[in-house]
Ligand binder design. Sequence first.
Ligand SMILES: NC(=O)c1ccc[n+]([C@@H]2O[C@H](COP(=O)([O-])OP(=O)(O)OC[C@H]3O[C@@H](n4cnc5c(N)ncnc54)[C@H](OP(=O)(O)O)[C@@H]3O)[C@@H](O)[C@H]2O)c1
Length: 233
Amino acid sequence: MSTKTAIVTGANRGIGLEIARQLVKEGVRVVLGSRDSVKGDRAAKSLKGGELAVAHALDVNDTKSVRRFVAFVEKEFGVPSILVNNAGVYPEEPEAKVTNTRTALWRETFETNLFGAVRMCREVVPLMEKVRYGRVVNMSSGLGQISKMGSGSPAYRTSKAALNAFTATLAAEVKESGILVNSLSPGWVRTDMGGADAPRSVEEGAETAVWLALLPASGPTGHFYRDKKPVPW
Ligand SMILES: NC(=O)c1ccc[n+]([C@@H]2O[C@H](COP(=O)([O-])OP(=O)(O)OC[C@H]3O[C@@H](n4cnc5c(N)ncnc54)[C@H](OP(=O)(O)O)[C@@H]3O)[C@@H](O)[C@H]2O)c1
């Protein structure tokens, strides 16, 4: 069987690096997207996956960078089978509310958490459509769950809710083309973003994303998951 290729964005640290590690363990070639090439190369080497772990420069906020990255993947390894939109930011200020959050902070948050995934999908999904196979995994958050919406972190919450809406829209759009599109909440995870007090390890945080990346053809599409179980949007 030929080796599948996965793209993981924001894979130089945190949950993204762990998703890459688990996919490599499953025999998947992973191209780790990293804003900083040196950090990306270091992260890829740390996986000890030999030729299965490769890093390449990627800033999901920059359309040209996204196009260069996807062109590199296609040229070197062919059409990617898996896209994990993991790169994310949380630039929230303490005591943030809708009424005191600057427009610039809303824009900064959406630029990566929503438009980063949009830019990646715009380049990768048409390639997947041609081969009629693909798995798109969007790293959302429990904070973006509309059915349980609370206050605080307004820009982050709405960016992840928007990412969920994007997941459902894209899933419907590619329904007949062999591409499964889902999003997930990893829970609260010990990373630079989650902080030291978070209850979950990166291993636990990555597990559902890897499961969604490796779904069989009969697998679900257009859903939101936590711990491999569907949860309400
Ligand atoms: N940790 C949690 O508790 C938690 C909970 C729910 C959801 N999430 C989500 O899970 C994902 C990973 O979070 P994490 O905890 O692993 O965060 P993290 O440790 O802060 O890592 C974030 C990753 O995203 C990358 N990134 C940020 N902006 C980027 C851009 N413009 N282009 C490319 N890469 C970019 C970072 O790269 P640099 O190193 O260059 O900054 C880093 O590799 C995020 O989408 C986050 O929202 C996390």
